[in-house]
Design a protein around this ligand. Structure first.
Ligand code: ADP
Ligand code: MG
Length: 221
């Protein structure tokens, strides 16, 4: 098993009560899986992704990636795991405004111990998301949807084994959404494992993604 979540619990204090953002989640994901988690806003999708990716520490329960528990290793090893194995597509594009598009895509390589991408690959990815001509623009010169596509290209630069994608097609039109999903499936066929979370029922239709799980009030069904 590539990813195993066991009895994962994450709470937040809310109005004197305790909110279970992620409530006793158990989840097994094999290498090469493509999992889509569908749920309304507030159902705990973003929290679950950041638990899986080791960005948030659970109150209790465990996440094993390739047999290693996220929080049973030194911080540096966890950071290295994230840089080496995981590509994150965050809900908001989070590009550095003072770096060009291609510099943004290359940025994760500067944190990686053994970078696997390079400028040529960055340009290839930029072509693949339909922005071949925009390498030297600043993010502010692109639309929201184009910025998101840059963030998607960035997530692939270090040839990660796992992509964790939070509402990856949030502000894209349907045609662009199809292109991005086709790109995901292509990488998936090459063996990259995907966990995509969304509130978009269309994105999670069975023809488009093979394994769909529903999330509601922190509970995964
Ligand atoms: P989704 O991504 O499905 O919209 P989230 O994981 O962002 O859901 O949030 C799940 C619940 O946890 C929501 O009720 C949200 O308000 C709450 N929550 C998320 N992050 C925090 C936080 N840092 N502090 C307090 N409450 C939070
Ligand atoms: Mg969210």
């Amino acid at each position: 098993m590539l990813i195993t979540c066991t009895n994962l619990l994450k709470t937040y204090p809310a109005e004197g009560q305790i909110l279970k953002a992620v409530d006793t989640v158990n989840l097994d994901i094999d290498r090469g899986d493509f999992v889509t988690i569908l749920g309304h806003s507030g159902s705990g999708k973003t929290t679950l992704l950041s638990l899986i990716g080791g960005l948030t520490r659970p109150d209790s329960g465990t996440v094993h990636i390739d047999g290693v528990e996220n929080w049973q290793q030194p911080d540096t090893a966890l950071a290295d795991l994230r840089n080496r194995k995981i590509g994150f597509i965050f809900q908001f594009a989070s590009l550095i405004p003072t770096l060009t598009v291609v510099e943004n895509i290359l940025l994760p390589l500067s944190f990686a111990k053994s970078p696997k991408g390079n400028l040529g690959y960055a340009m290839h990815l930029l072509e693949r998301v339909g922005l071949g001509g925009r390498a030297n623009n600043l993010p502010g010169q692109l639309s929201g949807g184009q910025q998101r596509r840059v963030a998607i290209a960035r997530s692939f630069i270090n040839r990660p084994e796992i992509i964790l994608a939070d509402e990856p097609t949030g502000d894209l039109d349907e045609v662009t959404e199809d292109d991005i999903l086709a790109l995901f499936r292509e990488f998936n066929q090459d063996g990259v494992t995907f966990v995509v979370v969304t509130h978009n029922g269309g994105l999670a239709s069975t023809q488009r993604t093979p394994r769909i799980l529903n999330m509601s009030q922190g509970v995964l069904a």
